[in-house]
Design a protein. Sequence first.
Length: 172
Amino acid sequence: MGKVLVVVDMQNDFIDGVLGTKEASAILPEAVSRIKAAKEAGYEIVLTMDTHDTNYFSSQESKFVPVAHCVEGEYGWQLNSDIAAVTQGDKVFKKSTFASTRLADYLKSTRCEEVEIIGVCTDICVICNAIIIKTLLPETPVIVNSSCCAGTTKKAHNCALQTMKNCCVKVI
Ligand SMILES: [Zn+2]
């Protein structure tokens, strides 16, 4: 029941770390205020955290993204401190791939009435989570709040938003 705000991968490595972008840093204040407002409006907040081990270079992902990132326990893996400060005690889904199937299963189990997604990267983990959630919960409105999302590039961000729209995800 109720509404859920999903905060995707707002970790140091994706904001101002090894895979950070100026767009990701730029959305940070907006993302923090969206989390605060959602909490005040009674949303449940859940977070995903990209989580790799020190064997990253033996993964398929490393062949496409040849930059070690989000190694569990390291600084780059940790949530950005501004995000961490407003999500104390909220549920976290660690994942070693782009989307969290456990998160989608959890959302289904809660019978939530609406899911809003924010975070990074629009064209990788935001879109993958949005599509898996929409696939598992076709009758639940899934919203991507684009002002609180950043892609690997501006173009990739916009392409991903269009693809999500095509898949019945509401982009605001
Ligand atoms: Zn990764």
